[in-house]
Design a protein around this ligand. Structure first.
Ligand code: SF4
Ligand code: SF4
Length: 404
């Protein structure tokens, strides 16, 4: 009886802790606290994101270190995080309680999550971690940050992944968590790896022969890693975007890796005080779908801001300081003299006056016998201020073009 009461108490305590964690996770994702930078925490806790992105961008940052506690926990206790803290797991568990019978048997279903992890790791070796965007913490983050945005198709699309995960777990009870989730899978794999390591130490110590099952599993893992490397090469070629490249936030890594390293968590979109970061609706190719791009219709990249660089958990945006960001070029302004008001001999110098980097000057054209705006490519960072203020519409006479 005392045991039963103890178990009940523990269950209630776990439930309360998980409710608390869910509220904290949602608060961080919503970026409603005064310290917007905290939004980086939730998606960065995932060892799946940390290991694959660090491999892909060949950098270990302070943000990568946020995944260390969960990494150690996985080595020691396997899926402890899933059972006790994961907000997606908690939501799924409570939704599937609505469904009976609640115990279907998936023991024979393939462990797709582990393949996803291995393929992504294989791709990360080549700088293209294929399925990083399936991380549940990134999915959770994307859902909540989209709730704060004005209603639009893109905010609905950001909400979709979490709804799909919850639907999978509701229809095929627990299938996502047990067989599909890459974060769950990497915890199992780390636990297994640690087990193999300990086993091998024992073999060496006791001079026993190795366990054939473990040797076979290791072979399968190596095969999946190799497939990941091949898949990364093919996918990068197949999904190569359109000839026209998007303008990415300052500090974004090379375009050929960006689309895979960005986990679509939406942190940068939400953090931008100018509201100029928009998810790509697919105009720059399939691989770029829902990745952040800069649009200058309503504002420009502020010279005193590096917010997007402070909140990216995957390293897709590299974390530039304000001074570094001010020297970073995202694009180059280009003038279309066929529609510029000066070509009609009308008065206009707004692009010259607004440029915070003093990169636009009026120069006299001997050819057309008029003054024209001249861009200094050494000074222009592509901040978009000139495009934003240009009064010509619908197509602006001065626009920012990608330099990547
Ligand atoms: S640096 Fe520019 S793009 Fe990034 S958040 Fe600030 S204003 Fe937005
Ligand atoms: S680039 Fe933006 S959406 Fe992509 S992972 Fe970084 S913060 Fe998230």
């Amino acid at each position: 009886m005392a045991d039963f009461a103890k178990k009940q108490n523990r269950r209630v305590l776990t439930f309360l802790v998980r409710c608390f964690v869910l509220v904290i996770a949602a608060t961080l994702a919503l970026q409603i606290l005064p310290w917007k930078r905290l939004a980086v925490i939730l998606p960065s806790l995932s060892p799946f994101v940390a290991i694959c992105s660090a491999l892909a961008i060949r950098t270990l940052s302070v943000i990568t270190l946020l995944a260390v506690p969960l990494f150690i926990m996985a080595l020691w206790r396997g899926r402890w995080f899933c059972r006790n803290l994961c907000p997606v797991g908690f939501l799924s568990e409570n939704i599937r309680r609505l469904r009976r019978p609640a115990n279907p048997n998936f023991t024979k279903a393939p462990l797709i999550g582990q393949w996803v992890v291995l393929l992504t790791l294989g791709g990360a070796i080549l700088g293209y971690p294929l399925f990083l965007l399936f991380d549940p913490l990134g999915i959770f983050n994307g859902f909540f940050q989209a709730l704060c945005r004005p209603f639009s198709v893109s905010s609905m699309v950001y909400c979709l992944p979490l709804l799909i995960v919850l639907t999978i777990n509701f229809v095929w009870v627990g299938l996502w968590c047990s067989h599909l989730c890459p974060l769950g899978a990497i915890q199992v794999m780390l636990f297994r790896l640690w087990g193999i390591f300990r086993h091998n130490i024992l073999i060496l110590y006791r001079q026993e022969s190795p366990d054939n099952n473990k040797v076979l599993t290791a072979r399968r893992d190596i095969l999946a890693l190799g497939t990941g490397i091949l898949a990364a090469v093919t996918t990068r070629k197949l999904f190569r975007g359109r000839a026209m490249k998007p303008i990415r936030p300052p500090g974004a890594i090379d375009e050929s890796n960006f689309t895979a390293v960005c986990i679509r968590c939406g942190n940068c979109t939400r953090a931008c005080p100018a509201g100029i970061i928009e998810p790509d609706p697919g105009g720059y190719g399939v691989a770029s779908f829902m990745t952040p791009t800069l649009r200058f219709e309503n504002n420009y990249c502020q010279e005193d801001c590096n917010s997007c660089n402070e909140v990216c958990p995957s390293g897709a945006i590299t974390g530039l300081s304000l001074a570094e960001k001010r020297k970073t070029t995202v694009g180059l302004a280009k003038v279309d003299m066929s529609i510029c008001l000066l070509s009609e001999e009308r008065e206009c110098t707004v692009c010259v006056r607004i440029c915070p980097y003093d990169a636009v000057k009026l120069a006299f054209s001997e050819e057309d016998y008029i003054s024209i705006p001249k861009i200094d490519p050494d000074k222009c960072t592509g901040c978009g201020a000139c495009e934003w203020v240009c009064p010509v519409s619908p197509k602006k006479a001065i626009t920012i073009e990608s330099v990547s």
